[in-house]
Design a protein around this ligand. Structure first.
Ligand code: URA
Length: 452
């Protein structure tokens, strides 16, 4: 790539990239045009990564005003296609999770929200590192098509109430490029950068209501609840500028969500939990968080006047089997074949070949959730780099929650894998990630707070 100092600005004037970097480095406010030119030039491969990295790091340190964050969001949004979801036959709503370990909520939430009367056109991505992606979980279903034309996608949402497809590079392509760079220069945890990244993608997908599941804890990229609150305020403000209703639920990611980690295993757990009896028998944290997020979507979209009425509606469609029936219609509409009479729904799962037992009596006091997520990398069930192939059939069952008593010899983790040495190495990683001690500790609450 040839590098020059002068860069074209919108409207034809020339803008100096070094001036823009210097201005931000000294904490000065940038004009919308300056921000747009940085995004456009980088997306078009005319701005070298080292200058973009310098600019991003300056933003990390100096921050951005609401106007600058809006300009960044707009530039990233306008880098690609924007869907028009005004004609889907009902109020549209979507959910975004900031990512975690065992997070299979979308697989239950989409059919639940649809059964409540919402239209849910979801675009989802792949997992990287310790966090899993919904798209990978859906690919564990035989025949499921993650790519649909916009016409097929909208027709499915109109008929069934929901559809989930892969987020193509056509939506906010600037975010894909910028995020990949942020990831390798230690610039992910910046409120304006995260806001623009999330909102450019969500605005491109078009729903009127957006509920964000903002995770904090050892398995999330944001550990601190105060910073999470700043991010929530920023997301809500930017949503308002585009006339979208945005609500944020703060949830705990100090331990994996549910029991299963790994793509096919998580998909099976999600589907089993969505059965009518799953509301009672499924993992309590998964049920509570899913219920809360759907109720938030229902309330914010105006289908019910308050949270209590919304929770009643969600429980009703769940326990009456309407949500499960919707799940079956949605999967079939996207070509997927599941057998609801089987416990594994017909998905391929690796055999359980290694068990990690508790070394001593005590209480599960702490989990390094990120490390448990990374154990999946050891058994080829998660990616180190974006293009790595993965094995959707491997995974880990992690049946104990923080605060629970354990006795020596009780299973802490069951590894489903094809290779014994890899399974043993995953087990060692998990053993180092859990703390068992003699003192009881309080169980974690999965819902930490919500924006009003
Ligand atoms: N999730 C996103 O989509 N973007 C970020 O920047 C962080 C989490």
């Amino acid at each position: 790539m040839r590098m020059s100092r002068k860069r074209p600005q919108r409207g034809g004037a020339l803008m100096d990239i070094l001036e823009i970097i210097e201005a931000k480095k000294h904490g000065r406010q940038l004009t919308p045009d300056a921000i747009a030119s940085v995004v456009q030039e980088f997306t078009a491969d005319r701005l070298p990564s080292y200058q973009m990295a310098a600019w991003l790091m300056a933003v990390w340190f100096a921050g951005m005003s609401r106007e600058e964050t809006a300009a960044l969001t707009r530039a990233m949004l306008e880098s690609g296609e924007q869907l028009d979801t005004t004609d889907l036959g009902g109020p549209t709503a979507d959910k975004h999770s900031t990512g975690g370990v065992g997070d299979k909520v979308s697989l239950l939430l989409a059919p639940l929200a649809a059964a409540c009367g919402l239209r849910v056109p979801m675009l989802s991505g792949r997992g990287l590192g310790h966090t899993g992606g919904t798209l990978d979980k859906l690919e564990a279903i035989p025949g499921y098509r993650i790519r649909l034309s916009n016409t097929e996608f909208f027709a499915t949402v109109r008929e069934v109430g929901c559809a989930i497809v892969g987020q193509s590079d056509n939506f906010a392509p600037a975010d894909g490029k910028i995020y990949a760079l942020r990831d390798v220069i230690g610039c992910v945890d910046s409120v304006p950068l995260i806001t623009a990244s999330i909102m450019s993608k969500k605005l491109a997908a078009g729903p009127q209501t957006i509920v964000i599941d903002l995770k904090t804890g050892s398995g999330a990229f944001m550990n601190d609840l105060q910073r999470a609150r700043d991010l929530a305020t920023s997301l809500v403000q930017i949503g308002r500028l585009w006339d979208r209703r945005v609500a944020v639920v703060f949830s705990d990611m100090d331990q994996p969500l549910g029991v299963m980690i790994g793509h096919a295993l998580e998909t099976i757990e999600a589907f089993a939990t969505l059965r009518p009896e799953g509301h009672r028998t499924g993992p309590a944290d998964l049920v509570t968080l899913t219920e809360e997020l759907v109720a938030e979507m229902v309330t914010v979209a105006g289908l019910r006047p308050d949270r209590a009425a919304a929770i009643d509606l969600v429980r009703e469609v769940w326990t009456a089997g309407e949500a499960f029936a919707c799940l079956e219609r949605w999967i079939a509409a996207q070509g997927g074949k599941i057998d609801p009479d089987r416990a594994d729904f017909g998905l391929a799962v690796a055999a359980p070949i290694h068990q990690l037992d508790a070394p001593t009596d005590g209480y599960l006091q702490r989990v390094d959730c990120r490390a448990v997520g990374l154990a999946l990398v050891d058994i080829d069930g998660a990616r180190r780099a974006v293009d790595d192939p993965i094995d959707l059939s491997t995974g880990v069952a992690f049946p104990v929650s923080i605060g629970e008593p354990v006795v020596a010899g009780q299973p802490l983790a069951i590894i489903h894998a094809h290779d014994r040495a890899a399974a043993a190495s995953a087990a060692r990683r998990i053993a180092a990630a859990v703390t068992i001690g003699p003192e009881p500790v309080s169980p974690r609450q999965v819902i930490l707070d919500r924006t009003e």
